[in-house]
Design a protein around this ligand. Structure first.
Ligand SMILES: C[S@@+](CC[C@H](N)C(=O)[O-])C[C@H]1O[C@@H](n2cnc3c(N)ncnc32)[C@H](O)[C@@H]1O
Length: 228
């Protein structure tokens, strides 16, 4: 007998597919060229935000008790984490990313957790002093308000005075160059990005609703943020 599907079932499966499209691209093979394509070429020639600027953000904000959400290949922790960590936890929905980053960051003995950042993180974790969230929001489906649920789920893991920092590629505002416009078209069509409606105002507003101090700098298509 055929099972009954309600509109709510369909909505849930559409949402799950949209989340999956945001990270399916990170296969083991794709991750071998990720740093070159994203941090070597796209940051400079498309998004016009030098990778050194992002590394600087990590150097300025990393603590010894750090949680990284959406770790990718772990490049920023590798480059900026020279002082080492007492505790380093890596979160990602994609096991390939966790495996690759864990290998690269093995000297820091990271703990790995496979989680969807759009859902509450259980079991909860003892508080961290810093949380990194870089190049994740533009991969998530929905409006900026919906994406920032991620921050609500990360907040219980932030200790008193902890800092949340990171960056996201904005689809609105600024004047993207031709390379950026082409990549926006390709990535949004594939669902790797969902950032057509993302702008600095919504990001700033959403962070200000949740934190006392919010700093946002824009460099090319990228918003670099820091909130306490
Ligand atoms: C564009 S990569 C950024 C990686 C790294 N932060 C960087 O800047 O190089 C996005 C990362 O977020 C992860 N990601 C995407 N959607 C996610 C979700 N819903 N929950 C957890 N991680 C997610 C991907 O698997 C990937 O590791």
């Amino acid at each position: 007998m055929a099972e009954d599907f309600t509109p709510r079932d369909n909505e849930a499966s559409d949402a799950a597919e949209a989340v999956a499209r945001g990270h399916a691209v990170y296969t083991p093979l794709a991750l071998t060229v990720y740093d070159l394509v994203v941090h070597g070429l796209s940051n400079r020639f498309a998004w016009e935000c030098p990778t050194s600027r992002l590394i600087g953000l990590y150097e300025a904000n990393l603590s010894a008790n750090h949680l990284e959400a959406g770790v990718g290949t772990g490049l920023f922790l590798d480059r900026a984490g020279k002082a080492g960590f007492d505790r380093l936890v890596l979160l990602d929905i994609n096991r390939n990313c966790l495996t690759r980053a864990a290998r690269r960051l093995a000297r820091f003995r990271p703990t790995l957790r496979e989680v969807n950042l759009l859902e509450p993180i259980t079991p909860s974790m003892a508080p961290f002093d810093s949380v990194g969230l870089t190049y994740v929001l533009h991969c998530l489906p929905g409006s900026m308000g919906e994406k920032l649920k991620v921050v609500d789920y990360l907040r219980p893991a932030m200790g008193e005075g902890a800092v949340l920092f990171g960056a996201t590629i904005l689809g609105r505002g600024g004047t993207p160059n031709r390379a950026a416009r082409t990549l926006f078209d390709i990535y949004n069509a594939k669902g790797v990005f969902d950032n057509r409606e993302d702008d600095a105002e919504a990001l700033s507003e959403g962070l200000k609703q949740r934190f006392e101090t919010v700093e946002i700098d824009r460099e090319g298509c990228v918003a670099l943020f820091r909130a306490k």
